[in-house]
Design a protein around this ligand. Structure first.
Ligand SMILES: [Zn+2]
Length: 268
């Protein structure tokens, strides 16, 4: 193991997957897509975190199904997507660093042996090498867009497990927000319009400064219109359904964009 500076334990080897994945960086859409729980890669140095494969493929490790939706949505909207390929069990990129759920010792009912008794340096290495580069890149992209006068609406993409702690969840999809009162109602209306979906309004979760990072830090603190969206994982379990959801969302976001241009909230 190489030591790089004071207390910085090297975690990612040179040949490993970079901690930021981007698609369509030149996309012309005002929507900027993020996906904090896109992948379930684990740095080689951490092995399997002490978990069997059966745990590493389920929702505690990543947002099942969202990668396919995010990729297709980025393409259909011509929107820039910034995604995290590393597992949320390594460090959760939608939790404030230092929060107990940032590097979870237990997730749902599963103990994560590889996260037990972490030294401060080991936790700091995960932050510096996985969390920080991802959020630095999002910040940099937003900086560039604002500097160049490019309208930017932040959409944070997630998926949720159909059953949590034994309780079945009725929603097909939900909008998640805290302080933005502009974009979430438009998304809610769009999702409800067809009449075939049970749409959660801040369900199955609401956004808060304590339990979230991407929306409060990159959306709200920057004054961007923003929303989170959560899709139930059994609805996006295969490629065909991921494509269908991406089509559906692309249509809804397309209509929202037209409306905002009509109302001069976005340049016409
Ligand atoms: Zn998520």
């Amino acid at each position: 193991m190489v030591l790089d500076g004071a207390g910085d334990t090297s975690l990612l080897l040179e040949e490993e997957v970079p901690p930021v994945l981007e698609k369509n960086a030149e996309g012309g859409s005002p929507f900027l897509l993020t996906s904090d729980h896109y992948g379930r890669t684990i740095p080689r140095a951490l092995g399997d975190l002490g978990l069997p494969e059966s745990e590493l493929v389920r929702h505690i490790a990543w947002d099942v199904g969202i990668a396919g939706v995010a990729n297709a949505l980025s393409k259909h909207l011509d929107a820039h997507l910034i995604a995290q390929p590393y597992s949320r069990l390594v460090i959760d990129c939608n939790r404030p660093p230092g929060a107990p759920s940032s590097i979870p010792r237990i997730s749902e009912a599963t103990i994560i042996p590889g996260n037990e008794g972490l030294t401060r340096d080991a936790a700091e290495a995960r932050r510096q090498q996985v969390f920080d580069p991802y959020h630095r890149r999002i910040r940099e992209v937003i900086d560039n867009r604002l500097r160049n006068g490019i309208p930017t609406l932040l959409v944070s993409l997630h998926s949720f497990t159909p059953v949590y702690a034994g309780i079945a969840r009725p929603w097909h999809v939900g909008t998640l927000y805290q302080r933005d009162t502009r974009l979430p109602p438009l998304l809610l209306r769009g999702l409800r319009a067809a009449g075939d979906l049970v749409v959660g309004d801040n369900e199955p979760y609401a956004v808060s400064d304590e339990t979230d990072y991407t929306i409060p830090v990159h959306g709200e603190a920057r004054g961007l219109m923003n929303t989170g969206i959560e899709i139930r994982q059994d609805l996006i379990a295969d490629d065909a359904s991921q494509q269908q959801w991406a089509d559906r969302l692309a249509n809804i976001f397309g209509e929202i964009e037209m409306e905002l241009r009509g109302r001069r909230i976005l340049p016409g």
